[in-house]
Design a protein around this ligand. Structure first.
Ligand code: NAD
Ligand code: SER
Length: 318
C-alpha cells in the first residue's frame, strides 16, 4: 500500500496531482504539504491530511515522513526558471539542498522518490530539434543547473544506496486549476485567460520561438505511470524526456482562433525570458519513455485548446 507525501502540493502540478492521487490511492494515503498555506486551496487542504513542510528543513521533513509512515515522496517543491533568474540563491537552496534532504530522508526511511526535471536541463549547445534522451546538458540558467544536478543526484542515490528514484523532464505545463509559479512557458497559460477575458494577448515570448508543451492531464498520467512502472524495464531513471506538442505563440493563437475567431495576438518581448526560451530545445525525442514505460499523451494542441477554453470559461464565470 502506498503512503505518499507530496511536497510543494499547493503549486501548479501539486494542486491537481493531490486530487488525482487521493482518488486512486485513498484520501488518507496521500499527505499534501507545502512550506506555507496559500489562499484558494482550502478545499484541497480539507480533502485529506495536510502538513506544513519546508524541504530545506530536513528535520521537519523527516518528522512528517515518520509520522505518516510515508513510503513514496513526490517532490514538487521548487523555484522555476524566471523566478530562479531573479533569485538564483533561493533557487539553488530549495532545488538542491531541498532535494538532498528529500533523498536523505528517503534513504533512511526506505521511500521511493519522484522528482520532475525539465526541458531546462538542456542548454544552447544541446541539439535543438528532436533533442535525444541522452545528449549534451550544459544549461545557462540557475534553474537548469539545479535540474541537471538534481538528475545526477537522484541517479547517485539509486546507484549508491538503492533508493528507487524516478523522474521526467517536463516541458511547459498548461492547466486551468492553479496559475503557474513563475516560469518561461507561462505565456501559454496566460494566453487562454486573456483570450477569454479580453479577446487579445500580448506575448512576452517572441514569434517563432518553439517550445515543448503538455496539458496537465497528460502530465499527471506521466507521473503516475512512471511511478507504477515495472523497475526491471527502466533503463533510464532520472530523467525521461516527455512531450505532447511543440508550438510557438503564432501556433497557439491559431488554435485559439478556431474557437474565438476575433482573438488578437501582439508582442512585448521580455529579454530575460526570451533568452531562457532560446536556450531550450524546440522539440524533444521522447521515445525512451514510450519504449520503457508506455508513455503516450492524449492531448494535442487543438484538443487542449478546446478543453482549456471550456473549463476556464466555467472557472471565470464567463
Ligand atoms: P509551482 O511553482 O507551481 O509550485 C511549487 C510549490 O512549491 C509552491 O506551492 C511553493 O509554495 C512550494 N515551495 C517552494 N519552496 C518550497 C519549500 N522550500 N518547501 C516546500 N514547498 C515549497 O511549481 P510546479 O509548476 O507545480 O512545479 C513542480 C515541479 O515540476 C518543479 O520541480 C518544477 O521544476 C517541475 N516542472 C514544472 C513545469 C511546469 O511547467 N509547471 C515544467 C517542468 C518541470
Ligand atoms: N515551465 C517551466 C519553466 O518555464 C519549465 O521547467 O520554468
Amino acid at each position: 500500500m502506498r503512503k505518499i507525501l507530496i511536497t510543494g502540493a499547493l503549486g501548479q502540478i501539486g494542486s491537481e496531482l493531490t486530487v488525482e492521487l487521493r482518488r486512486i490511492y485513498g484520501a488518507n494515503n496521500v499527505v499534501a504539504s507545502n512550506r506555507r498555506i496559500k489562499e484558494g486551496h482550502e478545499k484541497l487542504i480539507e480533502s485529506g491530511p495536510f502538513e506544513i513542510v519546508d524541504i530545506t528543513n530536513g528535520k521537519q521533513l523527516h518528522e512528517v515522513v515518520k509520522k505518516h509512515n510515508i513510503n513514496t515522496i513526490i517532490n514538487l517543491a521548487a523555484i522555476l526558471s524566471a523566478v530562479g533568474e531573479k533569485h538564483p540563491e533561493q533557487c539553488w537552496n530549495i532545488n538542491m539542498n531541498g532535494l538532498y534532504n528529500v533523498l536523505e530522508v528517503a534513504r533512511e526511511e526506505n521511500c521511493m522518490v519522484f522528482t520532475p526535471s525539465s526541458i531546462a536541463a538542456f542548454g544552447p549547445t544541446t541539439p535543438k530539434d528532436k533533442t535525444p534522451q541522452d545528449t549534451i546538458q550544459r544549461p545557462t540558467t540557475m534553474y537548469g543547473v539545479t535540474k541537471v544536478a538534481g538528475e545526477l543526484l537522484c541517479d547517485y542515490y539509486f546507484l549508491k544506496y538503492g533508493v528507487d528514484t524516478r523522474g521526467v523532464r517536463f516541458p511547459g505545463l498548461i492547466s486551468y486549476e492553479t496559475l503557474p509559479g513563475g516560469g518561461t512557458t507561462d505565456y501559454a497559460v496566460h494566453i487562454y485567460y486573456d483570450a477569454l477575458k479580453n479577446k487579445k494577448y500580448t506575448s512576452f515570448i517572441a514569434k517563432g520561438t518553439m517550445m515543448d508543451m503538455m496539458y496537465m492531464p497528460d502530465a499527471l498520467d506521466a507521473i503516475i505511470q512512471l511511478m507504477e512502472a515495472d523497475p526491471s524495464k527502466l533503463i533510464h531513471r532520472n530523467a525521461f524526456n516527455v512531450t505532447a506538442m511543440s508550438f510557438d505563440p503564432e501556433m497557439i493563437a491559431a488554435s485559439i482562433r478556431k474557437f474565438i475567431p476575433e482573438f488578437e495576438l501582439d508582442y512585448d518581448v521580455d529579454p530575460v525570458r526570451q533568452a531562457i526560451a532560446e536556450s531550450w530545445p524546440n522539440s524533444l525525442d521522447d521515445s525512451a519513455a514510450r519504449e520503457e514505460w508506455g508513455w503516450n499523451p492524449k492531448y494535442d494542441l487543438d484538443a487542449m485548446t478546446k478543453d482549456m477554453l471550456e473549463k476556464l470559461k466555467v472557472k471565470l464565470g464567463l
